[in-house]
Design a protein around this ligand. Structure first.
Ligand SMILES: NC(=O)c1ccc[n+]([C@@H]2O[C@H](COP(=O)([O-])OP(=O)(O)OC[C@H]3O[C@@H](n4cnc5c(N)ncnc54)[C@H](OP(=O)(O)O)[C@@H]3O)[C@@H](O)[C@H]2O)c1
Length: 285
């Protein structure tokens, strides 16, 4: 598939179309910064916004969406269910709260943020199964157009699939040239689950890597643009974040060049360059 603009889409396994680059909002403070950066992103042409209950900025994200004047059906809004809400009832309350803060009637995508938070690390499989049952209901009712997971490794997805009647459409993971996550990405592909690449710039840590900058110089592009391109060319959906208008625009200006196969391979060989990412499923929260 040739991707040529921010409004091009991937098609999820339930037929829902999702714009190929999402705008990230983690660590973007609630209030003016979140409001302005989302507004800047929408002005730059992004139509896909990635937030989460845990980011604490859903109200400002929602205000920017409303003030942008862009018709709701042209936007794709994702939020995520936090670790304190892994049950049927708690998930219902959490989704309603996110919708209320965002000022929306429905979400385009809702994700279980982490598979096995400390609070239920001993019974995470049962907790996810129950949570998922609510997400399936909300999906069927049209409150969420697509449902998915985040930070799930193979064992977590396999456990979920034992009781799921609707398979996840998305698995959002830490994926960039420093951390290829080959096994879970292959598993996602086998199961027709789209891999969303979070921290595509390594939360900024990859931007000074010489090999990435050498490729960027060749195309008169920035390291950030090379990294977004790398994600797209792997078939991932990147979620770059910035709070600066010129960077927000820059990160979306990636449709006028393409990395060669040799450059993709060279970038793949940077695994570990930004340090080893903590095994997400063992996270200390
Ligand atoms: N599901 C999960 O558990 C999870 C976890 C982490 C992230 N995510 C999602 O993925 C999104 C992206 O990941 P991320 O926030 O870790 O970071 P990222 O997008 O990999 O990198 C963002 C960092 O790079 C800087 N930056 C962005 N564009 C730049 C450019 N063109 N030139 C120079 N610096 C630039 C930003 O600074 P400024 O903002 O100051 O411009 C920020 O410090 C998040 O915002 C969130 O939506 C999800």
């Amino acid at each position: 598939m040739t991707i040529s603009s921010l409004t091009d889409t991937f098609t999820l396994n339930n037929g829902v179309k999702i714009p190929v680059i999402g705008f990230g909002t983690w660590q973007t403070p609630d209030g003016d910064v979140a409001y302005q950066s989302v507004l800047d992103a929408l002005k730059a042409g992004y139509r896909h916004i990635d937030t989460a209950a845990a980011y604490g900025n859903e109200a400002s994200v929602g205000r920017a969406i409303k003030d942008s004047g862009i018709p709701r059906e042209e936007l794709f809004v994702t939020s995520k269910l936090w670790n304190d809400s892994h049950s049927f009832e708690a998930a219902k309350i959490a989704l309603d709260k996110s919708l209320q803060l965002l000022g929306l009637d429905y979400l385009d995508l809702y994700l279980i943020h982490w598979p096995n938070p400390l609070i239920n690390r001993r019974n995470w499989d049962k907790a996810n199964a129950e949570t998922w049952r609510y997400m399936e209901d909300a999906n069927t009712d049209g409150k969420i157009r697509a449902i998915g997971i985040s930070n799930f490794q193979i064992e977590h997805v396999e456990a979920l699939l034992k009781t799921a009647t609707i398979a996840p459409m998305v698995n959002q993971l830490f994926v960039n040239p420093s951390d290829l996550e080959k096994d879970i990405v292959a598993f996602n592909n086998e199961h027709n689950i789209l891999t969303e690449a979070y921290s595509p710039l390594g939360t900024g840590s990859l931007l000074e890597v010489p090999q990435i900058n050498d490729i960027a110089t060749k195309y008169n592009k920035s390291a950030a643009q090379v990294l977004v391109r790398w994600s797209l060319q792997h078939g991932f959906l990147p979620l770059p974040k910035s709070t600066h208008a010129e960077r927000i625009e820059q990160n979306a200006d990636v449709f006028d060049f393409a990395l060669t196969d040799e450059e993709m391979t060279a970038l793949d060989q940077l695994e570990g360059v930004a340090g080893t990412h903590q095994d997400a499923s063992q996270a200390d929260f």
